[in-house]
Design a protein around this ligand. Structure first.
Ligand code: NAP
Ligand code: GLV
Length: 321
């Protein structure tokens, strides 16, 4: 019996998401299985049993009547789940060490840049000024991570290992050695009140949209070593109220912001974020999805499914993540 075909529906427009790059990797890890890059390759729609997608066009997956599993090629599923015509088959997201490690690198790097005042030292170098400032210990800085899922937990553990005073906030309460855990709306205020650097690694859902607002920023600690609260958002742009970030930076409610994600991506050339002196930004690449690691992960999930074993990392569609 021939193997069910795998359809690739990939858009994104950046170097990492070049569709041909992904087709090569999938052909390598799916020997004997037809792999069709849609809409480039011809495929009998009825033969397609699996789809691997990144930001597919709404409705595009309805073309395959025998689809069994949809694999989202990233961790966040907001772009897929918003398609009301999405076939009611399991939706599997990425949760692999490669992507987790990349996110942890990004978060640790930016927490350290704020903690060690790298912006000041970079400016001092340009001005040829030798003026070291007093440096506090990592344990003096309170980092708070919103989202204690696959990514948030790893970041929390590595930051705690470095010595930071780390807390995390999630929907359901967790027990993580060395991390102060908070959960739910009821404990959000206490979590924010002890946080100097707020790292957001939440998924974008109806409940979390706009959570990085002035109301949230106003509850952050104001007695920390940095001289004001800092936010780092590597979740999704829809989590942040961008006008609130700008006005909070301008009136001192926030000291600084590191942003990897934006409401509109690519960030428009006239966005004030580009040139704001207290904003550090990156082009949504905190944790790139690596085609080698992720095609292998999808091939392994297909093998599990065909052996009759349960798929891993299936999205709870009602929860939205
Ligand atoms: P995950 O494992 O699903 O974890 C999500 C966490 O958020 C969980 O701890 C969950 O709580 C918590 N959460 C969800 N809704 C909440 C709410 N209303 N209130 C409080 N906590 C809530 O997800 P992940 O793999 O860590 O990924 C997180 C997000 O990172 C993705 O959804 C994606 O948007 C983003 N991301 C960005 C990049 C990038 O390059 N910038 C790369 C990858 C991922 P429970 O534990 O109680 O369920
Ligand atoms: C990237 O943003 C992802 O969700 O994996």
């Amino acid at each position: 019996m021939s193997k069910g075909a795998l359809a690739l529906l990939i858009s994104g427009g950046t170097e990492n998401w070049a569709p041909l790059r992904w087709r090569v990797r999938f052909l390598r890890v799916c020997p004997g299985r037809p792999v069709a890059l849609i809409p480039v390759d011809a495929v009998d729609a009825a033969s397609v049993r699996y789809a691997a997608v990144w930001k597919p066009k709404p409705g595009a997956l309805s073309d395959f009547p025998n689809l069994e599993v949809i694999f989202n090629l990233g961790a966040g599923v907001d772009a897929v789940i918003s398609d009301l015509t999405l076939p009611p088959v399991p939706l599997v997201r990425v949760a692999v060490g490669d992507l987790t490690g990349r996110m942890t690198e990004y978060v640790v790097m930016h927490v350290l840049m704020h903690h060690r005042r790298q912006g000041y030292y970079a400016e001092s170098q340009r001005a040829k000024v030798w003026a070291p400032k007093l440096q506090w210990a990592a344990s003096d800085l309170r980092v708070g991570i919103m989202g204690l899922g696959v990514l948030g937990r790893d970041c929390a553990e590595v930051l705690a290992r470095i010595g930071f005073d780390v807390a995390g906030w999630s929907g359901t309460w967790k027990s993580i050695p060395g991390i102060k855990c908070f959960a739910g709306e009821g404990q959000l205020g206490d979590f924010l009140a002890r946080t100097d650097v707020l790292v957001c690694l939440l998924p974008l859902t109806a409940q979390t949209r706009g959570i990085l607002s002035r109301r949230t920023f106003a509850k952050l600690a104001r007695d920390g070593k940095l001289g004001g609260p800092v936010i780092i958002n590597a979740g999704r742009g829809g989590l942040q109220v961008e006008d609130d970030i700008l006005s909070a930076l301008d009136d001192g409610t926030l000291l600084a912001a590191t942003l990897d994600v934006f409401a509109t991506e690519p960030l428009p050339p006239d966005s004030p974020f580009w040139s704001h002196p207290r904003v550090t930004l990156s082009p949504h690449n905190a944790a790139d999805t690596d085609p080698d690691a992720i095609s292998l992960y999808v091939a392994e999930q297909i093998a599990r499914h065909e052996r009759g074993e349960p798929l891993q990392n299936v999205v709870d569609r009602a929860a939205g993540y």
